[in-house]
Design a protein around this ligand. Structure first.
Ligand code: ARG
Length: 258
């Protein structure tokens, strides 16, 4: 009896230690509440999901982030960083979650956990208004701009040969807006990016650009948290609640007209 009890104590201790070692055992929710602040990372050049109004980050993800902070009764701090740095800042423990119109991918799942998905998206092609590029297969042998580290980058780069794309050159930008500037200046032939942000960018450049109908991929957005973080369950119940009471839909319709 005694040895059994001792053994289970030792086992429990080892388990606790090994969980701490992979960063998963601490009660993230409790420590966020204790700190009184929750840190969200994003890349705010992605209207309507996150963009700047002066110094303030606004958009769909900023509002979801605020709802998460309100739900926990803490202050929201949003850090606007490179999209490529969002996952590293979760794995290093610098941020609590990333809301950045981030698509769920198997590759990313190796490093972070994803909440339930909250939006469907796809990659689309933006070209100059007089371009002869009319669909997905026409970007082959062309110079194509993407936002670095995004699913658009993965699709166009096609490193693993999972699609038929073979472009002449991939130009990687830290912001999609810079890719569109190069497009309108004639320095690149097309931009591949997420459908809703590209729709906004097209609307901002109505004379010089056109958005093609082809949807190149099907993707879903979710919020990323550090592996093992119990914030995931907290956010999932909040998302369910917001889906049920219509507040999520309200946020979407505030930023997306169709
Ligand atoms: N959905 C794409 C991805 O996950 C692009 C996201 C870019 N987000 C941003 N906030 N800039 O790779």
């Amino acid at each position: 009896m005694k040895t059994k009890k001792l053994l289970s104590l030792v086992l429990a201790g080892t388990l606790a230690l090994s969980l701490t070692a992979c960063g998963g055992s601490d009660d993230a929710v409790a420590s966020i509440k204790k700190k009184g602040t929750i840190t969200m990372v994003t890349n705010a050049s992605f209207e309507p999901f996150e963009y700047k109004d002066g110094d303030t980050v606004i958009g769909i993800d900023a509002e979801i982030g605020q709802a998460i902070a309100d739900d926990l009764g803490v202050k929201l701090e949003i850090q606007d960083i490179d999209f490529n740095s969002c996952i590293p800042s979760l794995t290093s423990g610098k941020a609590d979650f990333c809301a950045a119109g981030m698509s769920v991918t198997e590759e990313r799942k190796k490093n972070v956990d994803f909440t339930d998905t909250y939006f469907d998206a796809s990659q689309m092609i933006l070209v100059g208004s007089d371009s002869t590029i009319a669909g997905g297969s026409d970007i082959n042998d062309k110079t194509v701009g993407v936002q670095q580290g995004t699913t658009g980058d993965t699709y166009v780069t096609n490193e693993d040969g999972s699609n038929d794309v073979k472009v002449k050159e991939v130009k990687r930008y830290t912001k999609l807006t810079d890719a569109v500037s190069d497009l309108t200046a004639g320095r690149i032939d097309a931009v591949v990016g997420d459908n809703f942000p590209l729709k906004k960018l097209q609307a901002n450049n109505p004379e010089t650009t056109k958005l093609l109908d082809d949807a190149l991929t099907t993707e879903t957005y979710a919020i990323a948290v550090p592996k093992g973080s119990n914030l995931k369950d907290e956010i999932n119940s909040l998302l369910k609640k917001m889906q049920g009471d219509g507040s999520l839909e309200e946020i979407f319709s505030k930023y997306i007209s169709e």
